[in-house]
Design a binder for this molecule. Structure first.
Ligand code: ZN
Length: 170
């Protein structure tokens, strides 16, 4: 009986260790799948280096053509959206990890505050017009992308150089 108790304790110890290693493993898997990514698929060039935007974020401009799908950079909630006219939007997102993102010059007919997007889900497309008002000023077709995180998809958006080709993981 005494012997059996010792065996039970050893077994419990092993089960505990196994449980711990699974927790550690799932932590890494979760971190990896949760990493933020660029808001498009494929690659594009930086057409303007770090600049401030109306949502208080540092941002870069991406040389994406009109109609290119704009994808969620993380699992996010829309916390602000402004229509500059003709469904040309400025959008602010908050990710589940607390990171803020801005996407400006996005064409979307139906986006709303409080709406949820999972990473990679299509938010809209790059707008084809060039409005000039307080929430969207544009002299050429592009996507403006800002973040409270200095690094997105392994790119430091505060120091990346003009014309750098960015490869998205999205
Ligand atoms: Zn911009």
């Amino acid at each position: 009986m005494e012997f059996k108790n010792i065996m039970d304790k050893k077994l419990i110890g092993k089960i505990f260790l196994l449980g711990t290693s699974f927790s550690v493993l799932s932590y890494f898997v979760t971190s990896e799948t949760y990493a933020n990514v660029m808001p498009f698929s494929g690659s594009t060039r930086v057409t303007q280096t770090a600049h401030a935007d109306g949502y208080g974020l540092r941002a870069i401009d991406l040389g994406l053509g009109a109609g290119t799908p704009v994808l969620a950079p993380a699992n996010v909630t829309v916390i602000a959206t402004c229509n500059a006219g003709n469904n040309h939007r400025a959008i602010k997102l908050k990710a589940d990890d607390g990171t803020f993102y801005s996407l400006i010059h996005v064409y979307s007919t139906n986006i709303q505050k409080g709406q949820r997007f999972q990473q990679g889900e299509r938010i809209g497309t790059v707008a084809s017009d060039k409005p000039w008002n307080k929430c969207a000023k544009s002299t050429g077709i592009h996507l403006h992308f800002g973040s409270s995180s200095p690094v997105v998809d392994n790119v430091n958006i505060r120091s990346v150089r003009l014309n750098t080709v960015i490869q998205s993981s999205n």
